[in-house]
Ligand binder design. Structure first.
Ligand SMILES: NC(=O)c1ccc[n+]([C@@H]2O[C@H](COP(=O)([O-])OP(=O)(O)OC[C@H]3O[C@@H](n4cnc5c(N)ncnc54)[C@H](O)[C@@H]3O)[C@@H](O)[C@H]2O)c1
Length: 340
């Protein structure tokens, strides 16, 4: 057996600690060699918990360490582009949480460095590795539903997230909608050409002054004529809601949420079942492991990465166009945001 790949985790917050647990207990062929977090305590605690040999408050130290083969970027959204750029220049393979950036200029700077260095790069669109979403894709690829006409993507959070000050994270556009943008592009498998968005603040008054919204609906038109809708809500009363439906020329396929158990109690007042899995950590835990396992395997085997530079950029373009559409109250062509 070849030596395990040495991974450095950058960002030991909610998702970083989850990746640390997955890599320690569930990913083969890799081990955590280092962890960095600007909050030194977060890095130290994570290192102690998962027996990681090296920890630091400055990720540059890990990038300079020749023992580090690859980095997993799980820091705050606003830091991704700088860290990806620096990691590419240091010659490390990179797995980065989504989104790559909140602006096209930052994304192109980081992705340009990746391309120039020729290092492997995967972006964290874990839904592509989820068995439910993968089954929808398979139905399309195998022709089970004919030519896709309309895709509906529903992504609703169980309550507004409180981690970090407003502006550091990506909010509804860059943290939530970016996943649905990627799903729409993956499922329809064609170029998005135009979007139209309505967004509103209905849950957390005052959010709009930060350019943030808590509900949004987007219509996406593709070059082949297909249409996708994206439905984002940050406070669904019944919990975390992640569904999709695609209708095509020969039929439709839909996927439901997943549940902690499938018992249904029937009584005089109706049929009652458990709420869906509480949130992303529970809903996608095994999927987060699988996406990192794919990354490790592809890097080790020298295979092209399936969800990489193009997917990181295309999803951002779609979200930037969706945001612009809402701000300017009009349909926006994707070409408008690529023009700068
Ligand atoms: N793929 C998914 O489903 C998914 C789910 C949740 C979060 N995410 C993404 O993961 C990222 C982190 O989200 P989170 O929920 O863990 O946030 P979080 O606030 O819990 O953790 C972020 C951590 O990054 C650290 N950090 C910030 N700047 C840093 C820097 N320059 N160097 C090192 N560490 C730094 C912070 O101190 C914090 O500990 C976000 O970009 C988010 O979009 C993806």
């Amino acid at each position: 057996m070849i030596n395990p790949m040495n991974l450095a985790l950058i960002g030991a917050g909610t998702i970083g600690r989850m990746h640390a647990a997955n890599i320690t207990f569930g990913v083969e062929g890799a081990r955590l060699y280092g962890v960095a977090d600007v909050f030194a305590d977060a890095a130290r605690t994570c290192a102690e918990r998962y027996n990681i040999p090296r920890w630091t408050a400055d990720y540059h130290e890990l990038l300079a360490d020749p023992k580090v083969d690859a980095v997993l970027v799980a820091s705050a959204t606003s830091t991704h582009a700088d860290i990806v750029e620096a990691a590419a220049k240091a010659g490390k393979a990179i797995f980065a949480e989504k989104p790559i950036a909140k602006s096209l200029a930052d994304a192109d700077r980081a992705l340009g460095a990746v391309t120039k260095a020729g290092v492997p790069f995967q972006i964290g669109f874990q839904r592509r590795f989820d068995p439910n979403f993968a089954r929808v894709k398979q139905a399309i690829v195998k022709g089970e539903i004919g030519r896709p006409h309309i895709a509906h993507l529903v992504s609703r959070d169980p309550g507004p997230r409180t981690a970090g000050p407003v502006g550091v994270g990506g909010g509804v556009w860059f943290d939530m909608m970016i996943h649905d943008a990627d799903m729409a592009l993956w499922l329809i498998d064609d170029a998005a050409v135009e979007v139209y968005t309505q967004a509103a603040v209905l849950i957390a008054p005052g959010l709009e002054k930060y350019g943030e919204y808590d509900v949004a609906v987007v219509m996406v038109k593709f070059a082949n004529g297909a249409i996708a809708t994206i439905d984002n809500h940050t406070d669904a009363a019944y919990g975390y809601d992640q569904r999709a439906e695609v209708i095509g020329s020969a039929g439709a396929i839909s996927i439901d949420n997943t549940y902690p158990h499938n018992a249904i109690v029937s009584d005089a007042s109706g049929l009652h079942r458990a709420k869906p899995m509480p949130y992303f950590l529970e809903r996608y835990q095994a999927v987060y492991r699988d996406e990192v396992q794919h990354f490790v395997n592809d890097v080790r085997d020298g295979k092209p990465i399936a969800v990489g530079v193009k997917e990181a950029r295309d999803s951002l373009l779609l979200v930037l166009a969706a945001k612009k559409s809402h701000e300017e109250r009009r349909a926006v062509r994707i070409a408008e945001v690529t023009a700068g």
